[in-house]
Design a binder for this molecule. Sequence first.
Ligand code: FE2
Length: 200
Amino acid sequence: MGFVLPPLPYAKNALEPHVSGLTVDVHHERHQRHYVEKLNELVSGTRDADRPLEDLIRQARGEIFENAAQAWNHTCYWNSLTPAALRELPLPLVEPIRQAFRDLAGLRRTLAATANGVFGSGYVWLVADRERRFHVIATPNADNPQRDGLTPLLTIDVWEHAYYLDRRNRRDEYVAAVVDHLLNWDFAAANLAAQEATQR
Ligand code: FE2
């Protein structure tokens, strides 16, 4: 059966007007699907076909790593966005965000500046380290913070295919729309809770 493309967690046009249904459709149905299908092609008939995606991200190299990470990163990205963004942070996020960024506005500014500073293709991530301290980091191409022992809490895709149809080369407009309107704080809180559970 191999790896499968997970369905979107909302309707394709649910993120409008910030990200269009066309962009979401092409991004999910063409780009992410391509990574999943390519990964299946690469691991077909090998032991890697039965390993969890996270294992391939942490241990594989070359094309298998790149396609496994792209399959995983995109699912993380879709879940990092929501048409029903909370205005208030879930309680477990409040103190770590205060310590690292002073407040939610500080986190938003750091995310936007880091995302706009990525040279070429990549992702910006809110991550927790092993001491549950929060950081914003950028990774190039398909790279994933799990390789460095960090827990992704949420991510923003800044490959051009994430915004070019809507905004041509104006990445800053796309980043501002996502950071100000679409981030899924419940998802970040759930990822933090899962990290805590595995550390116990
Ligand atoms: Fe993407």
